[in-house]
Design a binder for this molecule. Structure first.
Ligand code: HSE
Length: 433
């Protein structure tokens, strides 16, 4: 059997510990699959003393992950610390500069610095593997970077954050409030260290930016992603979605449009007939529309130690086998500069919930403002005074529009607010059929 691949792991949280467990428990099986043994020789984390349920005794300990990366015995660096700057970035740069491949789950770092890091890897004859950075255990990076290389991809959409899907699923099923569901997701080890990354959509945006680059052969353009999170979604919106035949999901969508590449993350009304709407709990799903293959939907666990470590180990074995694919699927110089499609020009249907003062003529004003902009309404729903009327005498009015543009919707909603018929901020949620 060939010489062992000796690796160092920086970051020993849920995913790091799960990775060590797999690499030790399945050592012989993995050696047979990779054609060579994989041996952990060094580890690094913030606190040496913490009990992680794994024996760190056999490995050299480093307080400094960049020093671990420079250890001459370490030939592959696994970075599981997270964070777009600082220690994770330094450790990865140290490894790449020495020509050592890197396996990482760090979507925030790659969304911010992907092009520069990919170029550094290439300059030193190595690569970055990041299957664990998007959709947890689903092998979507490999699908886009390798298996679908014969296709032209037009759209990638999906549920990319387990925490948000878990929260929305439990809010819907059990009528629990947002805070209780977030706490449960954190206890289960799904959430990021800073859970605002999850619930405000940034984690999804980071993952989407990586999928976009692979799907369209463009440089990662994390700043171009339009982002809205789920913290403003109310139980009333979930009730309305159900009544109208939808579910609310936090979707990430990247597509080629005539204006350029649209990248957006937002709560979305998804038809109950669609495959994505049935994906519940921490499960993630990614739908890839490609020619000639058609649509492929990958569904699986999107977060948690075991699922994410599965992706990490997949990457390590790939590298042990000598399968070093360019970080973003093609040489850095071949990646196109993406043309950004402005969100204002997004086209689609909309759910609009207005808190309307219950007086004659209010509905007529709303209909007029919509009609003035050529926005066609599929349905208008006013919920009964008794059940929904609040102390100010306002009632929820729900509008479902046919396809229109973001700009027109924003203008119409602003005009309605100026007419003085609302007593609260409007809720606008995009619809995907
Ligand atoms: N916090 C992420 C999620 C897990 O909830 O999906 C890793 O990406």
């Amino acid at each position: 059997m060939a010489e062992a691949l000796k690796i160092g792991i920086a970051g020993l949280g849920t995913v790091g510990a799960a990775t060590i467990r797999i690499l030790t428990a399945a050592h012989n099986e993995l050696a047979a699959r990779a054609g060579r043994p994989i041996e952990i020789v060094a580890v690094s984390a913030r606190s040496k003393g913490r009990d992680r349920g794994v024996d760190l005794g056999p490995y050299r300990w480093y307080d400094d992950p960049a020093a671990m990366a420079a250890d001459p015995e370490v030939r592959l660096v696994v970075e599981l610390m997270g964070g777009s700057e600082g220690a994770a970035k330094e450790a990865i740069e140290a490894a790449l500069s020495l020509g050592k491949p890197v396996v990482t789950a760090n979507k925030a770092l790659l969304a911010a610095h992907g092009p520069a890091l990919a170029a550094l890897a290439e300059m030193n004859g190595t690569t970055i593997a990041f299957e664990a950075a998007a959709a947890g255990g689903i092998p979507v990076i490999k699908a886009l970077r390798e298996a679908l290389v014969g296709n032209r991809i037009s759209r990638v959409s999906g549920i990319l954050n387990g925490t948000c899907n878990y929260i929305l699923s439990r809010m819907e099923a059990e009528g629990l409030d947002f805070a209780a569901c977030l706490k449960a997701a954190q206890e289960l080890g799904y959430a990021e260290a800073d859970p605002t990354f999850d619930v405000e959509g940034y984690d999804t945006a980071h993952k989407l930016a990586l999928l976009t680059a692979l799907a369209f052969g463009t440089e990662v353009d994390g700043d171009a992603v339009y982002v809205e999170g789920i913290s403003g979604v109310t139980p009333l919106d979930l009730d309305m979605a159900e009544e109208l035949g939808f579910r609310i999901k936090l979707l990430g969508v990247a597509e080629r449009t005539p204006q350029g590449i649209e990248q957006r993350v937002h709560p979305t009304f998804v038809s109950r007939q669609s495959q994505l709407s049935s994906v519940m709990g921490v499960t993630n799903a990614v739908a890839i529309e490609a020619d000639p293959v058609g649509t492929i939907t990958l569904v699986g666990p999107g977060a948690g130690g075991g699922a994410t470590a599965s992706a990490v180990v997949g990457d390590i074995v790939d590298i042990a086998r000598g399968n070093l694919v360019a970080t973003f699927g093609r040489p850095s110089g071949e990646l196109e500069k993406p043309i950004r499609a402005p969100m204002q020009r997004h086209e689609g249907g909309y759910y609009i919930r207005l808190s309307v003062l219950d007086r004659p003529g209010a509905a007529a004003i709303i209909a007029t403002r919509m009609a003035e902009r050529g926005i066609s309404l599929e349905s208008i729903l006013q919920k009964g005074r008794d059940a929904r009327r609040n102390a100010n005498g306002s009632v929820p009015v729900i509008l479902i529009t046919y396809a229109t543009t973001e700009l027109l919707i924003r203008n119409a909603v602003a005009a309605i607010a100026e007419d003085g018929v609302l007593d609260g901020p409007p809720q606008v949620i995009r619809i995907e059929r």
